[in-house]
Design a binder for this molecule. Structure first.
Ligand code: ADP
Ligand code: MG
Length: 666
C-alpha cells in the first residue's frame, strides 16, 4: 500500500538509510574506504549512489555501483532513474555484458562487477570514476572478490577515489580488516519479528510441498494479509512450481468458484526484463502476489509487502569439478546465513512467517554457517587470463580475501596452456593477449582465433554469439510435438553448433522478422540479442584487425574451429547415443534434442559445449569431429591410430607422452 499511496520522495525518506544520511556522508568524506552494513531493503543500493550525487561527487567523475547480478543492475538502474525522474540511460544508466545503456550524460552507473573488471584492462586507474560502490559484497562472487583485491591496490594510488563496500550481513569485519583498518558504518534496521516454522520431517518433493504450503496460506489468510515469496533453485523448478500452483488453483476454482485471485510471478535471471519488472507492480484487482524466485530475491531485489516466505532450502551453485575439469551448476542446500536472509524477507513491512521445507535438525547440523566463496569453487581460467594481462605474474602474490586453492589455480592454468593462451612458464602468449580482448570464455575466444587462421570468422562469430544467449528454441508445453518438428527442420545433422548458425542465417535472410520467428518456434528476442552480441564482437574483431571472412558453404572448416576450442571436451561413442569423455573415461550422453540424431547414425567422435546433469550427464550442444582434427588441434592429448580395416581412432596420449609433448611445445 505504501508504494502506491506515497510519493517517491516520501518513500525515499522513509528508508532506514535516510535517517542516518548525514552521519554516513560525513564518514565517507573522512575516509577513502568505508564498509556499509545494512539489512536488505534499507536503501544501500538505490540510495547511496544518489546521496553521493546529491553531495556533488558526480562533478569529479562517475559514481559507479557494481552488482553481482545482471538483473539487479538493470532493475535498480531503472528504479533510480524513476526516483530521480530522468530517462534511463541518461543521468542514470547501466552496463552489463553485451549491453550498454549509458551515455555521455551518465552520472550514476550501475554495472555488473564483471564489467568493471574488464574496464580495469583499458583503464587500470579507473580515472573516470570519483566513487565506486561495491554492492552486495557479502555474496562473494568471483568477480567481486577479484575486484576487491584490485581496488585495494588502486586506493593506494588514487587518493581521491571513494570506495564503499556494502554488505547485508554482519560478518562485515572481514571486509574492514581486508582493507586494513577502515570504518564500518551500520544502518540501523527496522525489522519485524518473523515466526519460523520448520518441517517436521524431511520433504521428499520440495516443489509439491511448496505448492501445498502456498495454497494453504492463500486459502487461510485474507488477500490483504500480505504477499507470498517462494524460494526455489532455478528456472526449471520455478516454472514447474508456477504451473502446478496455477493448475491446482484452477481445479479448486472449478470446485466451488470462490477462490480469491492469486497473481503467480516467476523471477530468475533469464526471464525477459519486462516480466521481471512485474514483481514490483501491483497485482490487478485485489489479487495477492505469489512470487516464485531464485536466491536473487534473497538480498539483491527487495519486494515490499511480503508477509509469508516459503523456503525450499536449496539453491543452484556453480561448482568446479576437477574430475571432469569444468564448472557445473549443482543443486546444493543453502547455508544458514542464506536461510536467515530468506526468512528476513517476511518481516520487512510487518510481522511475518517463514515456512522452511526442511527440518530444524537439517538446519542445525547439515547446513554450513555460510556459503563457500565462489573463488574457492569455480573455474578460474577467465580470472587468471585477466590478472595476467594486468601484469600479475604470480597469482600467489595477489591479495585475495580468500585465496583460491592451489589445485584450482593449477587446473585453470593447465586449461589455458592447452588452449595456447599461456606458455610453458605460465606467461601470457600472443594468442592469450588477443583472447583477453573478448568478453568470452577462453574456449570461445580460441574458436574465434582459429577462425581467423582458417578464414571463417563470419561463421564462427555467429556461433559464438548464439552460444552467448539462452536457447533460441521455444518449446511451449502444450505444443511440444509441433515445436520439436519445427526445430528439426533447422538441423544440420553433423552439428548443433552449425544448426545454430543455420537458424541465424535463415533469420537474417528472412529480414530478421519476428513473424518468421513465431512461425518457426524461435524466440524473437533471443535472436535480436544474438545479433547485438554479434555486432559487438565484430566491432572488437575489427579493432583487433581480424578480417571478416566467410568460408561459403564449406562448413567442415567451421567444425574444425569448433574442435579447436573443445578438444578437451571430446567424447568417444560406446553405444548408440552413449559416449565417454576421451580424457576422463566418464560417461556422457547425447541429448535427445541434438541434431546428431538426424544423421541416421551417431558419430564416433564429437566435442561438446557443456555438460548438464539432470537424470544423466547430458552433453549440451555437440559437433561431430574427425579424430585427425583432435590430434591436430589437441596434439598434447591425442594422436591418431589406424586400426584394421582403415578405421581411425583418436588415441589418448599416456601421461609420459603428454609430458614429452609439453617439452616439445616449448
Ligand atoms: P538494499 O540495497 O539496502 O537492500 P534497496 O536500495 O535495494 O535496499 O531498496 C530500497 C527500497 O527500494 C526497497 O523498499 C525496495 O522495495 C525499493 N525498490 C528497489 N527496487 C525497486 C523497483 N525496481 N521497483 C520498486 N521499488 C523498488
Ligand atoms: Mg541492495
Amino acid at each position: 500500500e505504501f508504494a502506491r499511496s506515497k510519493t517517491i520522495r516520501e518513500q525515499r525518506e522513509y528508508l532506514p538509510a535516510f535517517a542516518v544520511r548525514n552521519q554516513l556522508m560525513q564518514i565517507i568524506r573522512d575516509n577513502a574506504i568505508v564498509v556499509v552494513v545494512g539489512q536488505t531493503g534499507s536503501g544501500k543500493t538505490t540510495q547511496l549512489a544518489q546521496y553521493l550525487h546529491e553531495d556533488g561527487y558526480s562533478r569529479y567523475g562517475l559514481i559507479g555501483c557494481t552488482q553481482p547480478r545482471r538483473v539487479a543492475a538493470m532493475s535498480v538502474a531503472k528504479r533510480v532513474s524513476e526516483e530521480m525522474d530522468v530517462t534511463l540511460g541518461q543521468e542514470v544508466g547501466y552496463t552489463i555484458r553485451f549491453e550498454d545503456c549509458t551515455s555521455d550524460a551518465t552520472l550514476i552507473k550501475y554495472m555488473t562487477a564483471g564489467v568493471l573488471l574488464r574496464e580495469t584492462l583499458t583503464e587500470p586507474d579507473l580515472d573516470r570514476y570519483s566513487c565506486l560502490i561495491m554492492d552486495e559484497a557479502h555474496e562473494r562472487t568471483l568477480d567481486t572478490d577479484v575486484l576487491l583485491g584490485l581496488l585495494k591496490r588502486l586506493v593506494a594510488r588514487r587518493r581521491d577515489l571513494k570506495v564503499i563496500v556494502t554488505s547485508a550481513t554482519l560478518n562485515a569485519e572481514r571486509f574492514a580488516s581486508f582493507f586494513g583498518t577502515v570504518p564500518t558504518f551500520t544502518i540501523p534496521g527496522r525489522t519485524f519479528p518473523v515466526d519460523i516454522l520448520f518441517s517436521k520431517s524431511p520433504c521428499p518433493d520440495y516443489v509439491d510441498s511448496a505448492v501445498k504450503q502456498a495454497l494453504s496460506i492463500h486459502l487461510s489468510h485474507p488477500t490483504d494479509a500480505g504477499d507470498i515469496l517462494v524460494f526455489m533453485t532455478g528456472q526449471e523448478d520455478i516454472e514447474v512450481t508456477c504451473q502446478v500452483l496455477a493448475d491446482r488453483l484452477d481445479q479448486l476454482d472449478h470446485g466451488d468458484g470462490s477462490v480469491p485471485a492469486l497473481a503467480i510471478l516467476p523471477i530468475y535471471s533469464q526471464l525477459p526484463a519486462d516480466l521481471q519488472a512485474k514483481i514490483f507492480e501491483r497485482a490487478t484487482g485485489k489479487a495477492r502476489k505469489c512470487i516464485v524466485a531464485t536466491n536473487i530475491a534473497e538480498t539483491s531485489l527487495t519486494v515490499d509487502g511480503i508477509m509469508f516466505v516459503i523456503d525450499a532450502g536449496y539453491c543452484k551453485l556453480k561448482v568446479y569439478n576437477p574430475r571432469i575439469g569444468m564448472d557445473s551448476l549443482q543443486v546444493t542446500p543453502v547455508s544458514q546465513a542464506n536461510a536467515d536472509q530468506r526468512a528476513g524477507r517476511a518481516g520487512r513491512t510487518g510481522p511475518g512467517t517463514c515456512y522452511r521445507l526442511y527440518t530444524e535438525q537439517a538446519y542445525r547440523n547439515e547446513m554450513f554457517p555460510s556459503t563457500v566463496p565462489e573463488i574457492q569453487r569455480t573455474n578460474l581460467a577467465n580470472v587468471i587470463l585477466l590478472l595476467k594481462s594486468l601484469g600479475v605474474v604470480n597469482l600467489l602474490d595477489f591479495d585475495f580475501m580468500d585465496a583460491p586453492g592451489d589445485e584450482t589455480i593449477r587446473s585453470a592454468m593447465y586449461q589455458l596452456w592447452t588452449l595456447g593462451a599461456l606458455d610453458n612458464l605460465g606467461a601470457l602468449t600472443s594468442p592469450g593477449r588477443q583472447m583477453v580482448e573478448y568478453p568470452l570464455d577462453p574456449a570461445l575466444c580460441k574458436m574465434l582465433l582459429t577462425a581467423h587462421e582458417l578464414g571463417c570468422t563470419a561463421e564462427v562469430v555467429t556461433i559464438v554469439s548464439m552460444l552467448s544467449i539462452p536457447s533460441v528454441f521455444y518449446r511451449p508445453k502444450e505444443r511440444l510435438a509441433e515445436s520439436d518438428a519445427a526445430r528439426e527442420k533447422f538441423y544440420v545433422p553433423e552439428s548443433d553448433h552449425l544448426t545454430l548458425l543455420h537458424v541465424y542465417n535463415l533469420w537474417r535472410a528472412n529480414g530478421s522478422r519476428d513473424s518468421w520467428c513465431t512461425k518457426h518456434f524461435v524466440h524473437p528476442k533471443a535472436m535480436h540479442k544474438a545479433h547485438e552480441v554479434r555486432t559487438q564482437l565484430v566491432d572488437i574483431m575489427r579493432s583487433q584487425r581480424v578480417p571478416h571472412r566467410t568460408c561459403g558453404t564449406d562448413w567442415d572448416v567451421v567444425r574444425k574451429c569448433i574442435c579447436s576450442a573443445y578438444f578437451h571436451q571430446a567424447a568417444r561413442q560406446k553405444g548408440l547415443g552413449d559416449y565417454v569423455n576421451c580424457r576422463t573415461g566418464l560417461p556422457c550422453h547425447l541429448h535427445p534434442t541434438s541434431a546428431l540424431y538426424g544423421l541416421g547414425f551417431t558419430p564416433d567422435y564429437l566435442v561438446y559445449h557443456e555438460l548438464v546433469m539432470t537424470t544423466k550427464e547430458y552433453m549440451q550442444c555437440v559437433t561431430a569431429v574427425d579424430p585427425y582434427w583432435l590430434a591436430e588441434m589437441g596434439p598434447m592429448f591425442f594422436s591418431v591410430k589406424e586400426t584394421n580395416w582403415g578405421h581411425r581412432e583418436a588415441r589418448l596420449r599416456t601421461q609420459r607422452e603428454q609430458q614429452g609433448m609439453q617439452a616439445q611445445l616449448r
